[in-house]
Design a protein around this ligand. Structure first.
Ligand SMILES: *Cc1c(COP(=O)(O)O)cnc(C)c1O
Length: 380
């Protein structure tokens, strides 16, 4: 059986994670670590399928979290690996727990650093400040640009307080999103221009995420040059914390056609929803690839895919096929491991898709399925 045949056999909707592709991505990331001595961490906010944390921990240095719950997940399922956290602001009760389980804690302001410095240093945690180099390298996606005017993410040079940085071990920046290493190089130039004079006293620099390292056209050699340059010039340890790159193209969302409606265009209603199961399709926005489908009107039969919710805009995109679709046909969306499961919701009482793995021996295993109780228990 081919992958396609196997994917046709799962219950719908299901996320099916491609173990082989995940491992290939991890091998690429490990190669970057081995070549440079940098530390690469999984940014859990993109992919928190902890079933795979033991495997991820074999390749990467650890994980990073956006808050207490993700930090606890990494602590539980990647024991012994590095555990980092960044949040724009910490709650006191969370912080007491974070210092027990995290190696690195990144602060978003000098006020937060001052508030928590003593407890963090006493617990032996290495602390850093997130800086904003005010160097936008992305166009079009303002909500993904931490360097956009008025950003709340990162300390600008104007707000940087060198006299208050005693005790800090490193700096952190995160300004990229699905970008190549040329934009990293541009960003590092801004970091050096603005914060270079502070780097020599520090132990590490964290390059954040948004590095699309496992994408085919990514320039890994330039990434390696960038890492080595910062490492050698300032005598720093370098951290990277990609989310997307870890599980890029490593999963599908398999769905089924429930109904076909004609309203000047052909509309196929699926048992999966953009709003509930692939919200980045609406937020980013983008059009996910579908196996066997072309651009609208490229092939003879074009359909608009919509979810079964009441939201008029619950539209996934327009796709064309060689043959007409019929009720019961499977529709398989690509690159659905990242920013999918982690963003699921049950709006309209939509069921959560199963989570399955396509193993390297081409067998499928259902890791988790959800039902009515999972909907109900969050609502009172
Ligand atoms: C989102 C985020 C990441 C991961 O970003 P990707 O685009 O998924 O690589 C890493 N670090 C921080 C601070 C983030 O906010």
């Amino acid at each position: 059986m081919t992958n396609l045949d196997i994917l046709q056999t799962v219950n719908t909707p299901s996320y099916v994670i491609d173990e082989r592709k995940l491992r290939e991505n991890l091998e690429v990331l490990k190669m970057v670590q081995d070549e440079t001595g940098c530390h690469i961490l999984l940014a859990q906010k993109a992919f928190s399928m902890f079933y795979f944390y033991p495997m991820i921990g074999k390749y990467l240095s650890g994980a990073t979290a956006s808050g207490l719950f993700e930090a606890k997940l990494a602590h539980e399922f990647m024991p012994g690996k590095e555990n980092h956290v960044f949040s724009p602001a910490y709650k006191e009760q969370d912080f007491a727990e974070l210092v027990q389980i995290c190696d690195h804690i990144i602060f978003n302001s000098f006020a937060q650093w001052k508030k928590y410095k003593d407890i963090a240093l006493k617990a032996g945690v290495e602390c850093g400040i997130r800086v904003n180099p005010e160097c936008s390298t992305q166009e079009g996606h303002a909500i993904y640009d931490p360097c956009a005017p008025g950003s709340r993410l990162g300390v600008t040079l104007d707000n940087f307080k060198p006299d208050k940085s005693e005790g800090l071990a490193g700096l952190h920046f995160h300004t990229l999103c699905e970008q190549n290493s040329d934009d990293l190089k541009t960003t590092l130039q801004a970091i050096e221009d603005k914060f270079g004079k502070y780097l020599t006293d520090l132990k590490w620099l964290n390059f954040g995420g948004g590095h699309h390292i496992t994408r085919e056209d990514y320039d890994i050699n330039l990434l390696i040059d960038c890492i080595n340059h910062m490492k050698d010039k300032y005598d720093l340890e370098i951290y990277l914390e990609p989310g997307e790159a870890v599980a890029l193209n490593a999963g599908w969302l398999v769905s089924e056609v429930l109904e076909i409606i004609d309203n000047n265009i052909q509309i196929a209603i699926l048992d999966t929803s953009a709003a509930c199961h692939m919200p980045d399709v609406l937020e980013m926005p983008y059009r996910p690839n579908v196996i066997g489908a072309g651009e609208p009107n490229e092939k003879p039969f074009t359909y608009r895919f919509g979810g079964p919710t009441c939201l008029a805009g619950d539209i996934i995109g327009d796709y064309s096929f060689d043959k007409p679709l019929k009720v019961g046909d499977k529709v398989i969306f690509c690159d659905m491991a990242i920013y999918s499961m982690v963003k699921n919701n049950t709006f309209n009482g939509m069921p959560l898709p199963d989570i399955a793995v396509l193993h390297e021996d081409n067998t499928v295993e259902i890791i988790k399925s959800f039902g009515y109780e999972d909907f109900k228990m969050r609502l009172s």
